[in-house]
Design a protein around this ligand. Structure first.
Ligand code: ZN
Length: 192
């Protein structure tokens, strides 16, 4: 296929952050955590006309996408005062863990199934008997894992998470501290 150039494509990347406010349902601590995101926008100037409009279009698209992403963004962040996760975070943590667990269990069943089938065939069993034995064994292992499963409460070790300091993994501030900082920033800008 012959490629005929017809214009230029402009891409813009916008990145930013927002604060999410949480009032802890266990201890009442009022805190904020930081969410970050980035988004890409693009626009084409056909026949190399309206280049500036195309650049601005790419920027606008990236910024509006970023804004939407930041509104939706959330993290499972524990309370800085008591270390507890809020109920809706607990649900999310458990369902993420469940998803991972199901994936791991299926992988295990497939690996055991293939290994057992190969061993039995090597030992001289015919194909269908090898498959049947491997299948039954895989089901037994799966049932065993389901029966032995205990859902871990993410708030069980809340105590260990008290007084963590601000970091990329734990971007948390007390709401009053953030407001104070923002106030200082505003005052600084006014002075300039
Ligand atoms: Zn708390």
């Amino acid at each position: 296929m012959l490629f005929i150039p017809y214009g230029s494509k402009y891409t813009a990347i916008a990145s930013g952050f927002a604060w999410r406010r949480v009032v802890c349902q266990h201890c009442g601590c009022d805190f904020v955590y930081r969410v970050t995101s980035s988004a890409e926008g693009s626009s084409t100037s056909f026949l190399w006309l309206n280049k500036n409009e195309a650049k601005a279009g790419a920027n606008t698209q990236a910024n509006s996408l970023l804004e939407k992403q930041l509104i939706k963004a959330s993290l499972n962040i524990c309370c800085p005062n008591c270390g507890y996760y809020q109920d809706y975070m607990v649900k999310d943590i458990i369902s993420n863990a469940r998803f991972l667990r199901i994936g791991r269990a299926l992988l295990l069943v497939i690996i055991i199934g293939i290994t057992v089938t190969c061993i039995l065939q090597y030992l001289g069993f015919n194909n269908s008997i090898s498959l049947l034995i491997a299948f039954v064994l895989a089901i037994i292992i799966l049932l065993f894992r389901i029966i032995n499963y205990h859902e871990k409460d993410p708030n069980q070790d809340a105590q260990n998470r008290i007084n963590q300091s601000y970091s990329e993994n734990y971007p948390v501030l007390l709401t009053s501290v953030l407001m104070q900082k923002q106030g200082e920033k505003k005052a600084e800008n006014l002075e300039k």
